[in-house]
Design a protein around this ligand. Sequence first.
Ligand code: GSH
Length: 236
Amino acid sequence: MITLFTFPEAFGLRNVSPFCLKVEMALSYLDLQHEIALESDPRKGPKDKLPFIIHDGVTYDDSELILKHLDEFTNGGLYGGLSAKEVGVGTAFCRLVDDHLYWIVVASRWLEDDWFPHVYRGFFSRMPPVIGTLVSRMARNQVKKTYHLHGLGRHSMEQQAWFARRDLEAINDVVSEERYIVGQRLTVYDFSVASLLSGMLDNKPATWMTELAEQYPALAAYAERVQSDVNVYCRR
Ligand SMILES: N[C@@H](CCC(=O)N[C@@H](CS)C(=O)NCC(=O)O)C(=O)O
């Protein structure tokens, strides 16, 4: 049995974490029976982050390591048969979304004074108000610190938007010509890219990143294609 631990819904998104959603997409693609356990405290994960899965009593964490495990479990169901070029291009795009674009999306929710009340409502409003306010402030400071350490947080808003646009255009240039991120067929790499895009596009209310992504209609069409292929949707 496989149990996938993910965050409860927030911001109009059934699965608010792109890392959790990517694993859910992989499980569905592989047709592996699983259940979803909602967990709002990432500290329950082995490395203080979600997702993690428990598979027949063994815990696996980190979306990419989980995909590696699922690939081994299914004898190459995710990475088997990919060409070296597909692996190269796919890995590069996953790094772009997981380690760069993701952080700008996080900042567009957490670090915008106007938007932060939605973060509070989504993640902290189930706590008693005094504790919720305190914990949310601490968490916001942590996000600010991490964003600064990453380097993106040192840039002006204009520069951050420029970086975001470059990332979105890189994806847009591919999926305007090809159906999927490495070409004409769906691969495991689409789960990372489409998860982040769908969370950005279906995020309610819109953030400045939503508005930026909406300027590239091919992105929404691609995100819909992938979600429909695996029958796993980010939105409610
Ligand atoms: N590299 C990890 C990243 C996971 C991650 O950053 N998860 C976020 C949610 S989207 C999290 O749990 N954040 C809580 C925290 O950093 O305190 C993966 O691929 O699973």
